[in-house]
Design a protein around this ligand. Structure first.
Ligand code: COD
Length: 303
């Protein structure tokens, strides 16, 4: 099991460099991250964006633009589409969101003609390293599916189990979060959590141990769970938490980053090739971590 981003990066370097396509490259944090990843042997890059501005950014950061292929496109939506298409046509192996909104890159990824859709639902994973938790904790879905129904949650859970396998977690422990740990019929998140848990017991979701509903305290702390008389196979050892809808996941993950100094990374799941999606305000190193995760996903996908 890979328990830290250092281990993830170390492993990913072993499989690099991979060709990355960057959608809207003209931003310092984006180029800083891509260059850091290039220097340690993770990637070679195709930069899609405003060429003049990208070169200016490179100069400011002492990056030699000649180390990259640049495709000049000033329009952000068009740049996103070109970057996605490069991956679709296998001219690049990974896609990275640059200086544009998440919804805009997602729309390009979802495009039926040029996108990276599979038969599966696409979902997002926020991977976090917390100071007081001895392994990586993933939060899903705090960035793509706005208000998933039960059927969509089944796929979100399966996607996150598959993702955890890329981190060499044989039987990932997944907590389905709600506000309480009993099935309160008035709380739809509890009903969905109970269904997901039972579906995993019956083999409708495979490859992990799934339990819920669990309030976050009982998910993250065995002691808290036992205190409430809950004997859950995932308590205190969760690899991933599944949240009821986008706001919970987004606020929760960003809360941990800003208030608990969690180190974040972000990737999309269920696509034909890995897609790196991190918040524009995340530091360059979080993008390097995400690139490393994407490389492990790519290796796992192509096994
Ligand atoms: N997986 C697979 N296919 C999907 C998914 C998905 N998660 N979502 C939509 N589709 C397909 C639909 O079946 C349809 O064929 C097509 O894509 C368009 O569907 P719409 O019209 O529902 O989708 P859009 O384009 O209006 O919206 C899709 C987004 C992902 C852009 C939208 O859900 C969204 O804005 N999500 C939140 C993104 C965001 O702002 N995140 C911020 C966090 S940092």
């Amino acid at each position: 099991m890979l328990k830290s981003f250092e281990e993830v990066i170390e492993k990913a370097v072993h499989f690099g460099p991979k060709k990355i396509s960057v959608a809207v490259s003209q931003a310092e944090d984006v180029m800083d991250a891509v260059e850091q990843a290039r220097v340690i042997g993770l990637v070679n890059g195709i930069l899609v964006g405003d060429e003049e501005e990208t070169i200016q950014v490179c100069k400011k950061l002492n990056i030699n633009p000649k180390n990259y292929e640049i495709i000049d496109e000033g329009d952000k939506n068009e740049a996103a589409r070109i970057a996605v298409k490069l991956v679709r046509e296998k001219k690049a192996e990974l896609l990275m969101k640059g200086m544009l909104g998440t919804d805009r890159i997602l729309k390009a990824v979802l495009d039926k003609e040029i996108g990276l859709r599979t038969q599966r639902l696409l979902s997002h994973a926020y991977v976090l390293k917390l100071k007081h938790y001895d392994k990586l904790l993933t939060v899903t879905d705090g960035a793509m599916n706005i208000a998933p129904n039960l059927e969509q949650k089944v796929q979100i859970v399966q996607n996150i189990i598959n993702f955890c396998h890329c981190l060499e977690i044989e039987k990932p422990k997944i907590a389905i979060l709600a506000a309480v740990e009993v099935v309160n019929p008035d709380m739809p998140a509890c009903i969905d959590a109970a269904c997901l848990s039972k579906m995993a017991d019956r083999g409708q979701i495979m490859g992990g141990i799934v339990d819920g509903p669990l309030a976050f305290d009982n998910a993250i702390s065995k002691e808290a769970a036992l205190h409430k008389g809950i004997n859950s196979p995932v308590s205190g050892e969760v690899d991933a938490v599944v949240v009821p809808e986008i706001e919970t996941g987004n606020i929760f993950a960003k809360g941990l980053v800003y208030l608990a100094e969690a180190e974040p990374a972000g990737v999309l799941l269920g696509t034909t090739a890995p897609v790196i999606i991190v918040s524009r305000s995340d530091c360059p190193v979080s993008k390097v971590r995400s690139i490393a995760l994407a490389i492990l996903m790519s290796v796992h996908q192509n096994k």
